[in-house]
Write a protein that binds this ligand. Sequence first.
Ligand SMILES: [Zn+2]
Length: 262
Amino acid sequence: MKHLLIAAHPGHELLLWQWLRKERPQVVVLTNGAGANGVPRLALTIDNLERAGASWLSQVVEPVPDTTIYQALLDGDTRLFTRWLDALTAHVIAEDIGCIVADEAEDYNPSHDLCRILANQVAIQARASGHPVRAFGYPTVGHPSLPSRLAVEEHVVVELGVEAWQSKLDDMHRYARHFGGQLQRELGEFIAEFGAEAYGRECLFAARPTRYEQAEAPAVKPFFERMGEERVAAGTYKHVIRGAHLQAVATRLRDHASPMPR
Ligand SMILES: [Zn+2]
């Protein structure tokens, strides 16, 4: 079976270090990883994918800076997202992809949540065209192999041997060190919180509709909204991206009629 990985950012591929080597998926990255410092991260990611035997699909989705996604969300302009939806759905059908794996929506980063909404809609539209496809997600900022989730959710697990686990951690640290700043800070925080051994097991959980697709309010204010408010207060950002912006995109993508023949 062919696998397609859809990730919001370069670097996420390291979370699925062993899975990439096992399934050798085709990989789409939505953004080039150029954050506030403007330095894109794609070159190292392409290298990571090559070493894992996975293939980067630059021709299906051309990565954009996060700011392009943020501006489109704020403007309610879904043209980029519907273009991605059409291109990815067509690709899944043409390439006979049997399994789509993508970031989970974790209320942390708008691009991650957008990635999940997009992947869900690609699966829905492919199925509507008579192409059965499985869909899974993986935590990008949450615990990668939480026992309480494994106990109740449909999942796929890839276990890493000690050597592979060590190589994965080395690759993660090298990548974070190379780009420094927020990336390095976040990796340090995740490892301090979950423990390095949590990364010795890669879990894919059966995809579920996001709260945006179900028009559900979050239990607590999303991290990205709190962060946005702080940055607006500090004068770094002009506007705060809200869950409502993502919900509007989810609705537009759901209602978007695929131009492909059925
Ligand atoms: Zn990310």
